[in-house]
Design a protein around this ligand. Structure first.
Ligand code: AR6
Length: 182
């Protein structure tokens, strides 16, 4: 059985070349700041046009869910928009919603036939989710998803692209812990 390669790197997700990039969007799919702004700027107006179409069709995207648009000028085949939780202190279901973001993005990626997927550190910027906990949830959810997925739906590669050095340090540390505990 072939395993999925999981790695964390420092960088700008808009420069990544693989099958699918995940965007940390808002529920109206309006574009915004942070990684969302960077993706819309780099990808061009075709992305916002498709987002408007999704808004007309289904009102946007609920927190924890994921929708696909084309990538515009980005060097990937698919752009997956997911909406993370806004951190409100931890008692509003934020952890479950964040886990669902990773699961629904991976499920959609599998439906699209994407073999490599890059994630940003969803919710850890403007939405204020504590970074160490968000990292643990991302790694655990991806590991659980891969353990349960049928082999043909498992991607070959999952990359966490960290824009900030502190996030990369958390991923490196927690991935080491995962390896040790199997
Ligand atoms: N590549 C990779 N990661 C990035 C990039 C980039 N180019 N730019 C920022 N990040 P955020 P959220 C990191 O705020 O917290 C938007 O306005 C950033 O350092 O982008 O989910 C949306 O429209 C942080 O670690 O997303 C929503 O309204 C991570 O991406 C809202 O922000 C996520 O930070 C979503 O907030």
């Amino acid at each position: 059985m072939k395993g999925t390669g999981i790695e964390a790197i420092r960088g700008d997700i808009t420069a990544w070349g693989g099958d699918a990039i995940v965007n940390a969007a808002n529920s109206g799919l309006f574009g915004g700041g942070g990684v969302d702004g960077a993706i819309h700027r780099a990808g061009g107006p075709a992305i916002a046009e498709e987002c408007a179409e999704i808004r007309r069709r289904q009102g946007g995207c609920l927190p924890g869910e994921a929708v696909r648009t084309g990538p515009g000028r980005l060097g990937v085949r698919h752009l997956i928009h997911t909406v993370g939780p806004i951190w409100k202190g931890g008692s509003a279901g934020e952890r479950d919603i964040l886990a669902r973001c990773y699961r629904s993005s991976l499920k959609l990626a599998a439906e699209l036939g994407a073999r490599s997927v890059a994630f940003p550190n969803i919710s850890t910027g403007i939405y204020g989710f504590p970074k160490d906990e968000a990292c643990g949830i991302a790694l655990r959810t991806v590991a659980d998803y891969l353990a349960a997925a049928a082999e043909e739906t498992r991607p070959e590669e999952i990359v966490f692209i960290c824009f900030e050095a502190d996030n990369l340090a958390l991923y490196e540390e927690q991935m080491e812990h995962f390896k040790q505990s199997g």
